[in-house]
Design a protein around this ligand. Structure first.
Ligand code: ADP
Ligand code: GLC
Length: 674
């Protein structure tokens, strides 16, 4: 790798004139504040800033007002002036804590002891941080975003007209847990306290997405903003991000950062984009992020995500934005908690608490110790069995993150339990059992702005719960037409939208597809992935011309149309941490057929013919015969009991699969931690 390269057109801002003007106003407001505070005319300056801020859009205004007090406490050693890594290294050298940490880390549990050691150490940043806390009434007085948040639309009227009644038992259970009638209750005024959160992860819709992680990195921050959080999402600035977004990014700064064990340093640029109240900061470095879509192979991905994890923290330091919580996602961001408790232990960031969310335990970032040790530049003591070391000579980045994070979450409660067993634990089950005291499961939701059949511009026909039964037929017919399938509204159309990997239960599908295909059935698959599955689905398309369509591609529009046009969606996964496709399917009135594992188990209630209740069809063991049985049950129900099937379609559309309640659980966790 070349020693140093510049950013990708980093200083060029292609933002529209209007946005640039707004940005400039915000900058002026901030500068005025900082200057005035320095001259000890703080109050007046703050007033001026607030006045200036009034002219700005809400998000910018809040940002400007919030940053004002922070400016007042900037010390001479402002992090901006010194590359973070240099400062950190110095600090680590000086700090007795580092020595203690080293000793402590040798014995498990590493994280608890490290934290204790850090607490004991004289923390240079403690004073300014405390001052920031005292001097930030703006945070409290600022109008909470939650007040502005549009309430999640409920289809209560539709429910009244078309929703079937719940069976007596379920209704009685509901009644027991229900709140007393709200008519007399006073209007709710309590607003959850504000918290600041930095999200760090490797993908985020619409910039870059390969699967559900991208959806979560987009939707959860957006919902957290509504629940009174300040959120910054830190992402790599991949070259594969569509140009329309590169164009909108604004240069925020750059610096050099020490990374490798031999002191090799790298350029870190920060490009910013603010959207829907969320600030996106892209870490810019052409050497690391110009190849891949976004991933390539471990040989390249290991250095890339060592760099990314450290650069993300260094960027927060550089911007002097000290969040209450640093929320990291999957192995690509797993070194963040490790860096925070080692090389960044003596920076202001050390006050932040870390959460590491496991979206998929199968991917862990494992390579030999010398390589990860070289690229991360981390101290030797983190490569012990209690932290990064695994097997005889390998290092596991996810394992290290799990050790050092304050809290571990995963994306459903069932998966949180499953991963502590050898079958699902991907060799980390013992490590997870050891850390089970800080492991939680919070199920994902979906973004109702993107996934809303009533307004989804990608659909042939929009619909809601009141007209789904008619409009779905239209969507089905047009989907059949577009895909070159026989146009027959009576056929039972099964969809499958997935990465084509063995996680997704495709071996089962391959084994039984010939038995599923009859003159009443059509099958539509959309996905890319392992060659073996791509080829077998191509084979089936050829073998069942006009009734099987294999779309071996990644196509958002086609995905939306399949969700709307299919009658059922298949998710027979071998393991599924949460799964979003079954949630989207339900919201589009498409009945899920799933294996009872992970989030599939937590989100799809199996149909019970005695109570006529449930959301879909399920099977438990990973067995092709059981999958076939579940599909046949669904088919029989569809053809012989259409009235009840239609009720299930409406029930699924009415089910709350939004982010609202899960985001609240994350918010509660943030409040508990900080
Ligand atoms: P995973 O993250 O394991 O891939 P999820 O169910 O959590 O599975 O998320 C998958 C996401 O990716 C969904 O939003 C789904 O619609 C989308 N998706 C998967 N494959 C494709 C594809 N080929 N084209 C378009 N979207 C896809
Ligand atoms: C992972 C999992 C999937 C989950 C997604 C988002 O890719 O495979 O089950 O829904 O992450 O959390």
């Amino acid at each position: 790798m070349a020693k140093k390269k510049g950013s990708m057109s980093s200083k060029k801002s292609g933002a529209p004139v209007e946005a640039a003007a707004v940005e400039q106003k915000a900058e002026t407001a901030k500068k005025n504040t900082a200057k005035a505070v320095k001259e000890e005319t703080g109050a007046a300056a703050l007033k001026e800033t607030k006045a200036a801020a009034k002219e700005l859009p809400k998000a910018k205004a809040e940002e400007a007002v919030k940053e004002a007090p922070a400016a007042a406490v900037k010390t001479e050693e402002a992090v901006k002036e010194v590359p973070a890594a240099v400062k950190t290294e110095e600090a680590v050298k000086e700090a007795p804590a580092a020595v203690k940490t080293e000793e402590a880390a040798k014995e498990a549990p590493a994280v608890a002891k490290t934290e204790e050691a850090v607490k004991e150490a004289p923390v240079a940043a403690a004073e300014p941080v405390e001052t920031v806390k005292k001097a930030s009434p703006a945070k409290k007085t600022a109008k909470p975003a939650a007040e502005d948040a549009p309430a999640v639309k409920r289809r209560s009227t539709a429910k009244k007209t078309s929703q079937p009644e719940k069976p007596a038992k379920a209704a009685a259970e509901d009644a027991q847990t229900a709140e007393p009638a709200s008519a007399a209750a006073p209007e709710e005024t309590w607003v959850s306290p504000r918290r600041s959160v930095a999200f760090i992860g490797s993908e985020c819709y619409p910039f870059v997405k390969t699967g559900g992680l991208g959806d979560v990195m987009y939707a959860l921050p957006k919902e957290l903003v509504k629940q009174n959080c300040d959120v910054r999402v830190i992402l790599p600035r991949y070259k594969c991000i569509p140009w329309e977004y590169h164009e909108k990014m604004i240069y925020r700064g750059d610096f050099q950062m020490d990374l490798c064990a031999d002191g090799r340093s790298f350029y870190v640029g920060i490009m910013e984009y603010v959207w829907d109240g969320v600030v996106y900061d892209f870490i810019d470095n052409e050497e690391f992020f110009s190849v891949g879509n976004p991933y390539t192979n471990l040989i390249e991905d290991i250095p890339r995500y060592c760099y990314f994890a450290k650069a993300a923290l260094a960027a927060l330091n550089y911007m002097d934005w000290i969040p209450d919580i640093i929320h990291c996602h999957d192995w690509q961001a797993a070194l963040v908690p490790v860096y925070l408790r080692t090389q960044f232990a003596r920076t202001k960031l050390t006050t932040a608490k870390t959460i590491l969310t496991i979206h998929n335990l199968r991917f862990q970032g494992i390579y030999n110790i010398p390589t990860i040790s070289y690229w991360s530049g981390l101290p030797g003591y983190v490569f012990n069995m209690g932290a990064l070391k695994t097997g005889y000579q390998d290092a596991n980045m996810l394992k290290g993150g799990l050790t050092y994070a304050n809290i571990i979450t995963t994306v459903s409660q069932t998966y949180a339990g499953e991963i502590q067993s050898p079958y699902y634990g991907e060799t980390l089950d013992a490590h997870l059992r050891y850390h089970s005291g800080k492991l939680r499961g919070i199920v994902n939701g979906i973004d109702y702005d993107i996934w809303n059949p009533a307004v989804d511009a990608r659909l042939y026909e929009n619909y809601d719960i009141t007209n789904v039964l008619d409009k779905k037929k239209e969507n089905k017919r047009k989907l059949q037409e577009e895909l070159g399938l026989e146009q027959d509204g009576h056929k039972f159309v099964i969809g499958l939208i997935s990465r084509l990997t063995n996680q997704k239960g495709l071996d089962l599908v391959n084994a039984i597809l010939p038995q599923v295909m009859d003159e009443h059935t059509q099958f539509v698959v959309l996905g890319t992935g392992d060659r073996v599955y791509e080829d077998s689905f191509r084979y089936y398309e050829n073998a069942y011309k006009g009734n099987v369509c294999s779309n071996i591609m990644y196509d958002e529009t086609r995905a939306h149309r399949i969700y709307a046009g299919a009658d059922a969606l298949l998710v027979p996964s071998q393991f599924e941490p949460c799964g979003l496709t079954q949630l989207i399917a339900m919201h589009y009135g498409t009945v899920p057929i799933v294996r009872e594992t992970g989030g599939l188990k937590d989100t799809v209630e199996p149909y019970n013919m005695y109570s006529n209740w449930g959301n879909g069809f399920t099977f438990d063991r990973y067995d092709a015969g059981l999958l076939l049985d579940a599909i046949n049950r669904a088919k029989t129900f569809y053809f012989e009991n259409r009235w009840c099937w239609d009720e299930m379609v409406q029930r699924d559309m009415d089910k709350d699969v939004s982010w609202e309640s899960s985001a609240k659980k994350y918010k509660d966790l943030y409040l508990e931690l900080a």
